[in-house]
Ligand binder design. Sequence first.
Ligand SMILES: Cc1cc2nc3c(=O)[nH]c(=O)nc-3n(C[C@H](O)[C@H](O)[C@H](O)COP(=O)(O)OP(=O)(O)OC[C@H]3O[C@@H](n4cnc5c(N)ncnc54)[C@H](O)[C@@H]3O)c2cc1C
Length: 269
Amino acid sequence: MTQPARGRGRRPQTVLEVLRTERLGPHLVRVVAGGPGFASFQNNAFTDRYVKLLFADPAAGLEPPYDLEALRRDRPEALPRPRTYTVRWVDEAAQQLAIDFVLHGDDGLAGPWADRARPGDRLVLSGPGGAYAPDPTADWHLLVGDLAALPAIAAALEALPADAVGHAVVQVESPSDVVDLARPDGLEVTWVHGVDEEALVEAVRALPWRGGDVQAFVHGERGAVKLLRRHLTDERGIDRGRLSISAYWARGRVEDQFQAEKREPVGRI
Ligand SMILES: Cc1cc2nc3c(=O)[nH]c(=O)nc-3n(C[C@H](O)[C@H](O)[C@H](O)COP(=O)(O)OP(=O)(O)OC[C@H]3O[C@@H](n4cnc5c(N)ncnc54)[C@H](O)[C@@H]3O)c2cc1C
């Protein structure tokens, strides 16, 4: 597995260009990017591999790769703003990668950018990081999340061995958000509609709980993830070492604030 090179606190940046976009549903758009800059992208083997996208204000007149240290020192108001996204797939041969963006309205940077993205637009990123990949030795697998976590869940389902068993529970706003998921026959998918966090927890609570060693991947909106953690650790007694769990976003918070709150009680999972 290759890891991105790091040097003196500077994360290398990869500068890509948008090649095409694909609408996957009313609230999801795939952006496929590549170009000469792809050569510096150092892939890893995590199915939840994620990157920090850097969004600069066009009015600041910056050219990527951005010298973040100099900007922090000399022009802090012009610092590009980071947004965290899963890399849905990487095609090394074609020198391309894809990111699936939730379209959540006009608020924000990344969602609206993806909605308007056109071939030739620039995409600047650092990373990838990552922490989870399905363990083929687990007795069964549990994957739970919302549309923001769907790219990571879909990548994990594709990476599972053909004889893997378990459950995925995915919450989407409406039935038209449901997408086809390639997966082993023994992996059942339950779709939960609406935005009620309790409904997602109820769907997980209603699953037939299998015995043995479960490996779980649980990510999504902060409120729902907190409830799910309580259920899985306190009620199901899941082994914490087998549980990948974190919030991907928080309702009513821009990512900068959401990330800052991870250091406060409200943001802790
Ligand atoms: C490791 C990791 C991987 C992630 N992978 C993905 C991914 O592959 N695809 C993806 O779409 N997101 C992913 N996210 C979530 C994404 O980083 C956040 O949704 C981020 O806030 C989006 O930035 P924005 O500029 O669009 O909106 P912001 O400027 O951050 O927020 C503006 C407003 O939109 C709301 N908002 C933000 N995201 C959502 C949402 N998903 N649904 C409804 N309202 C929302 C906020 O609460 C806020 O009120 C991931 C997060 C993490 C930590």
